[in-house]
Design a protein around this ligand. Structure first.
Ligand code: NAP
Length: 226
């Protein structure tokens, strides 16, 4: 995730979310070369021209050298299936697209998304059971390492479920402000201090005015309810 110095991942109107340097973009592509699957939330996918793919031949060759498939699997998370079927991600067919959803998806949205994705699979009545979904991704699609690229709502669900091992964070020298601007973990959030995810700083690097941080996540599942 790229974050401004005031902790935002996009402007409040969500129109600007790409604000890191070229080095930050390269870092993102390098992370994709290590993942079997790249995942993002419905809003990240339909508000941005992203395809979640591995990028140029140079990055694809790196994946193959690491023993991964040339093209990573692409995963979209959506409780209600509100993703726009005309979003950029559906325009190029280079690797399977899987949509993880819940039974809240309407039959019409399900049909529309089935027409553009390779699989649309429900894991829960109202809330997406990410643990069950990830077990299924491991068994059926051989996913061992998954890179989640946001947004804030999906990240928070993963932290809450205790499913994050590592956080790569780039702090960019900008201030967006805006109290409704998204942050790296929004969603319901923790209600007690004991439910905070605890991190250990593994490494940091300064390049220009940007800081590249890697955290290991020490503490897992959130237990208190709202
Ligand atoms: N700076 C960065 O590094 C960075 C990275 C990624 C994104 N962004 C920006 O962040 C903003 C998007 O973040 P966001 O938090 O608004 O949206 P998001 O997390 O990308 O997507 C939210 C949607 O994902 C689904 N979702 C969220 N939590 C879920 C859960 N627990 N179970 C099932 N589905 C769930 C819901 O879809 P349904 O409504 O269909 O149910 C929800 O509306 C955009 O502006 C994007 O460009 C910035």
């Amino acid at each position: 995730m790229s974050m401004t110095a005031d902790g935002k991942i996009a402007t409040a109107n969500r129109r600007v979310s790409s604000f890191g340097s070229e080095r930050d973009q390269v870092h993102l592509m390098e992370l994709r070369t290590m993942a079997d699957a790249v995942m993002a939330g419905a809003r990240t996918v339909d508000l941005n021209p992203v395809n979640l793919g591995p990028g140029s031949a140079k990055y694809r060759a790196l994946r193959v050298k690491r023993g991964l498939t040339e093209y990573n699997l692409r995963i979209i998370v959506s409780r209600r299936g509100t993703i726009d079927p005309n979003a950029e991600i559906f325009k190029k067919k280079f690797s399977p697209i899987i949509i993880l959803t819940t039974d809240l998806i309407t039959p019409l949205r399900l049909r529309r998304l089935q027409a553009v994705a390779d699989e649309v699979k429900s894991f829960g009545n109202q809330e997406l059971d990410f643990s069950a979904a990830f077990k299924w991704l491991t068994t059926k699609w051989k996913v061992k390492r998954l890179l989640c690229e946001g947004g804030g709502e999906v990240n928070d669900a993963l932290f809450s479920a205790g499913l994050v091992d590592e956080l790569h964070l780039t702090i960019c020298p900008k201030i967006f402000g805006g109290k409704t601007a998204p942050t790296i973990a929004d969603g319901a959030g923790a209600v007690k201090l004991k439910d905070a995810s605890l991190l250990k700083l593994k490494s940091f690097k300064k390049q220009g005015s940007e800081l590249f941080l890697v955290y290991q996540v020490l503490k897992k599942r959130r237990t208190s309810k709202l």
